[in-house]
Write a protein that binds this ligand. Structure first.
Ligand code: NAP
Length: 129
């Protein structure tokens, strides 16, 4: 069982602030492109999903979007699948916040369980979670 102090320590040492999971869907693309347009200074973020090819395509779109807004950001890619608990755990261990844009949300129970087991903050982008 993790203690509160352990949680703060592990949170502080994670390489990423935010991961957009399900980044290749309608909602996820909007979130990723919004981050590419600009974030708080120093905020670190990545895009995640089950298709490496789609994520590479989106990363290139994010880079182009950021260059249109005066910076150059090529977000790192994390491959994770809701049906693969280990991939979810590995993703959760890399960041402080997961923005869950996968759908439909009824399939996200595995993600919830992984993140509760390895605490990250999480945000489900709809009310019917
Ligand atoms: N559309 C809206 O305006 C809107 C607004 C607010 C909230 N939402 C909510 O956001 C959620 C997503 O909606 P959407 O319209 O963006 O849906 P969508 O375009 O169908 O996107 C679904 C996303 O989930 C991913 N996904 C599906 N199964 C997965 C799995 N097993 N492992 C990993 N990723 C998986 C898809 O990956 P692939 O690309 O690889 O298929 C895709 O990135 C829904 O629950 C919806 O209620 C939508």
């Amino acid at each position: 069982m993790l203690k509160i102090d352990d949680v703060h320590t592990t949170m502080a040492t994670r390489p990423l602030d935010v991961v957009v999971f399900g980044a290749t869907g309608f909602t996820g693309v909007e979130v990723a492109l919004a981050l590419a347009r600009g974030t708080a200074p120093g905020l670190t973020w990545a895009i995640a999903g089950r298709s490496s090819a789609k994520l590479k395509f989106l990363a290139a779109r994010c880079e182009a979007q950021s260059m249109d807004h005066g910076t150059r950001v090529l977000p790192p890619i994390i491959v994770a699948d809701l049906s693969d608990e280990q991939s979810l755990l590995a993703m959760a261990q890399k960041c402080r916040l997961v923005l869950n844009c996968t759908g439909p949300y009824r399939y996200s129970r595995g993600l919830c369980m992984c993140i509760y087991g390895w605490p990250s903050h999480r945000c489900f982008l709809c009310k019917h979670h």
